[in-house]
Design a binder for this molecule. Structure first.
Ligand code: BGC
Length: 851
């Protein structure tokens, strides 16, 4: 029977509140019958009706009015003559409703520079005597807010209204408050400094967007008698700096005094104020940051310095959650750390972030968990309370992204690697893609997500999360085409120039997202940014160059090079800039040709194909002897042209031989940084070097992925040797003489792409997996690998195993998709939707590939 499984509106299954006048719908189908596909669907919203032939990118073009619930009815027809129907809902937000509210603040308060401000608490008391049909509220702030209405915390999320390029766009949040309104009402809004006002960046900037916190809110009351009323922020609201939250800062932590009674503190009338810029204030289009897993300590011990240490067994981004039996005014101090050193918490990887929470108890049983901060940690050290009086747990907090991928194989170390990839993603998907969650940084470094986006999109549905961030990439592109190193460009002082890999986020990230979700709407939005960026790169590459080839070698202005490669330090990584920049330039042009083709821009396609070919030729002419050997050899300089298909087949194979030689010269170790690592194993395995690829993947001495796993990593380290092998005699524990590297950077976790795309073998061959391939690459003594991937069409599953020299595979193909499967022998077959099993005898050649 045909069934509509999920309908998505603006990429949400439920709870969509949008200001987009053309919301986008999509849906997935289920059927027990093989070879099922959609023939057509009729989509209805009120009087609006459209017949569509695709399950994605259905754009609503009817009329919408503010604050209204809409019903979407879909009737789908398949090729077997079966019909399915399903309904979904969405609500409009303010749309173009003008804000009558005024921004309110406390003008007499001037926060200290380089520090986060004292949280402001606002209060509004109001009466409501008529019978309410519906009441709702829209609220935003400069800073981050928590709203409490008559004792009910409305803000179940963290850090609302979220982090955007505030000068361009600011999200507001909608709350339905119908059920919370009484005769007498009290609304309390706490506004902490957050990103807009609080301390941010490693140079401790503060007040980056505004001098002090500001609040903007409107409450709407629709009465049963048909009348309507509004309560908006204005001078009648009260404000105080003497609320329970004494301090709130992303890096330094939070101080909360539970003894303070808001009824007894001094309140003043709020001041109205104006924003000096005009962001577009719009309904939230990203994902709220929420508490997800609850973690319990796996070990508790007393540290050398006397703190009681709770070990959660997992590095993550989050906040503690305490159940306390306290005495009035008892002060509890909680420090956070990722790692231990010599029996104490080590805070070196936090740099200047204090990551400390202070809680002042009231008398008796109480519960506390911070709301204006988060930390990257595995351990907490607690002082000021006896163990029997406190129960400690923690929440992992990250953006509300759906987990859509799973990978497992017969090697537990690789499974741990996959778990570390997932945890590094969660830790760094806190409203924007950050570099790390613990130290005085946590910024939207563009290079990190450039290299990690393919892996990230296998594990999570990032359509809204990346969609929001890519909007900021659009807003913040420089006039001359550069992309900031950090997006949102908040407190960042670097010039906005094109830089390989980092700026390539404007192409690599939407491309990864397109392959996963297939939304042309996103590609269309990003297209002008991509074009402008490549134009700028062309300019910088050809600057001061005269020969045809030299004009395509990208040397200027600044390159990060092979950032965090195991050899040398910053200068050594940067010296590799021109090889890496030129290869990324060719790759971006090549992807751009594909995108032009998808969007139907034939001339652009031709242009970028030609440009890409010229860059590839220049790379070979300038950097190699013409026979696949680089004049200046290093692994990344081979990996990129091989993986990016920059040469003819025979040169590529010769390059792969040279890459293999370099890997062997290091006794099967990698020497790649951020830019080469994602593609290293592909470059080998796709060119007859499956055994070398697996040997690198399984390598357990430094530098390698499994070295990290074997030495206690539960997330990815920023540097391969963050725990130095020199500490071998000391049992490989962390020593503060090691670097101050972070223990939670996802860039090297980009190897996850290889687990899904080669070991499990699942790869989209068109956007959103409408067509895909399953082509497992076996080796590494693995006897099974299984994986699933929830696509916009439904879930692909694949499980292969080897038993008694027989390779067998079970797999599922979703409705409306087509799969090309390739068995280890090279035999290929095509399948429409359904569940299938295939097997074959393994031949000798394949066994030779195994270790
Ligand atoms: C960040 C990186 C980032 C890099 C670029 C670092 O401080 O943590 O992940 O990409 O700077 O320079």
């Amino acid at each position: 029977m045909l069934k509509i499984d999920e309908i998505r509106i603006e990429n949400l299954i439920e709870g969509c509140i949008t200001d987009n006048c053309n919301p986008v719908f999509s849906f997935s189908l289920l059927s027990e019958k093989q070879d099922t596909y959609l023939v057509k669907a009729v989509v209805k919203v009120g009087d609006w009706q459209q017949t569509v032939y695709s399950q994605k990118d259905i754009i609503y073009t009817g009329v919408l009015i503010p604050f209204t619930m809409y019903i979407v009815d879909i009737t789908a027809y398949d090729n077997h003559g079966e019909i399915a129907v399903k309904t979904a809902y969405f609500q409009t937000g303010r749309m173009k409703t003008i804000w009558d509210a005024k921004w309110i603040t406390k003008t007499s308060y001037t926060p200290e520079k380089k520090k986060s401000p004292i949280p402001m608490t606002f209060e509004k008391k109001f009466k409501s005597s008529k019978q309410i049909k519906r009441a709702y509220m829209t609220v935003t702030a400069m800073g981050i807010f928590e709203i409490n209405l008559n004792g009910n915390v409305l803000t179940q999320e963290y850090f609302a209204p979220g982090f955007t390029s505030y000068k361009h766009t600011l999200q507001y949040v909608f709350y339905d408050i119908t059920d919370y309104i009484n005769l007498e009402n009290k609304l309390i809004a706490v506004v902490g400094g957050g990103w807009a006002v609080g301390r941010f960046t490693y140079s401790s900037k503060s007040q980056i967007t505004t001098k002090r916190q500001m609040l903007l809110a409107e409450m709407f009351f629709e009465y049963a008698d048909g009348s309507f009323e509004k309560i908006v922020t204005d001078e009648t609201w009260k404000v105080t700096l003497n609320g329970n939250y004494r301090f709130g800062d992303f890096y330094d932590g939070e101080t909360f005094d539970s003894t303070i009674k808001l009824d007894s503190v001094s309140w003043e009338s709020a001041d109205t104020a104006k924003l000096k810029f005009k962001p577009k204030i719009t309904a939230r289009y990203g994902c709220p940051v929420k508490a997800h897993e609850t973690l319990l300590p796996v070990n508790v011990f007393v540290a050398i310095n006397g703190e009681v240490v709770y070990d959660f067994g997992q590095n993550f981004a989050g906040v503690i959650h305490l159940k306390i039996n306290g005495r009035e005014n008892q002060k509890i101090v909680i420090r956070h750390a990722e790692i231990l050193c010599k029996g104490n918490l080590s805070v070196k990887s936090l740099r200047t972030a204090k990551a400390t929470v202070t809680y002042i108890c009231s008398q008796g049983e109480q519960i506390y968990s911070p709301k204006l901060t988060y930390m990257g940690f595995r351990y907490v050290g607690i002082r000021g309370i006896e163990r029997k009086d406190i129960n400690v747990s923690a929440f992992a907090i990250y953006s509300d992204i759906e987990a859509i991928g799973a990978f497992e194989c017969s090697n537990p170390l690789i499974n741990k690697l996959q778990s570390n990839i997932v945890w590094s993603s969660k830790s760094n998907f806190v409203d924007i893609p950050t570099d790390c969650p613990q130290r005085d940084e946590r910024q939207g470094w563009t290079g990190d997500i450039s290299v990690f986006s393919r892996t990230a999109c296998y594990n999570f549905d990032l359509s809204r999360f990346l969609g929001k961030w890519l909007a900021d990439v659009r807003y913040e592109q420089g006039k001359l085409g550069g992309i900031p190193f950090i997006v949102p460009r908040h407190g960042d002082i670097w010039p906005v120039i094109p830089t390989a890999c980092w700026s390539d986020c404007c192409i690599l990230v939407p491309w990864a997202e397109y392959l996963a979700r297939g939304s042309k709407t996103l590609l269309k939005k990003q297209y002008p940014v991509m074009k402008k960026y490549l134009k700028a790169v062309k300019f910088w590459a050809s600057l001061f160059s005269f020969s045809k080839d030299q004009k395509k070698i990208w040397k200027y202005l600044f390159q990060f090079g092979d950032w965090c490669a195991p050899d040398g330090y910053i200068k050594d990584w940067m010296k590799k800039g021109k090889w890496i920049a030129t290869a990324y330039y060719a790759n971006s042009c090549n992807i751009m040709a594909k995108i032009s083709d998808i969007l139907g821009y034939a001339k652009d396609k031709e242009y970028y194909n030609k440009l890409s070919t010229e860059i590839c030729t220049a790379y070979i002419n300038v950097f190699t002897n013409g026979d696949g050997k680089l004049d200046n050899e290093f692994q990344t300089a081979y990996v990129l042209p091989i993986y990016f298909n920059m040469t003819d087949e025979s040169t590529k194979l010769r390059m792969a031989n040279n890459l293999e030689r370099l890997v062997k010269e290091r006794d099967y170790h990698l020497s790649t940084g951020f830019t080469g690592t994602p593609y290293l194993l592909f470059a080998l395995s796709d060119n007859n070097k499956v055994d070398v690829a697996y040997k690198l993947l399984m390598q357990d001495t430094c530098p390698s992925w499994i070295y990290q796993v074997k030495h206690g990593a539960t997330t990815f380290w920023e540097q391969w040797c963050a725990v130095s092998p020199d500490n071998e005699e000391k049992g490989l524990t962390y020593d503060e003489s090691d670097s101050e590297a972070s223990f939670n950077h996802y860039a090297y976790g980009a190897v996850g792409d290889f687990l899904y795309r080669r070991i499990a073998g699942i790869e989209a061959t068109s956007g959103g997996y409408e067509t895909f391939s399953i082509k497992p690459v076996i080796g590494g003594n693995l006897i099974y690998a299984k994986s699933s991937q929830k696509t916009p069409y439904g879930t692909i599953t694949s499980k292969w195993e080897i038993s008694n020299d027989i390779f067998s595979i079970d797999f599922t193909v979703p409705v409306s998709t087509k799969c090309t499967i390739t068995l280890p022998s090279g035999k290929t077959a095509n399948f429409g939707s359904g569940k299938y099993t295939l097997s074959e005898k393994i031949n000798n050649e394949l066994q030779r590939n195994e270790l």
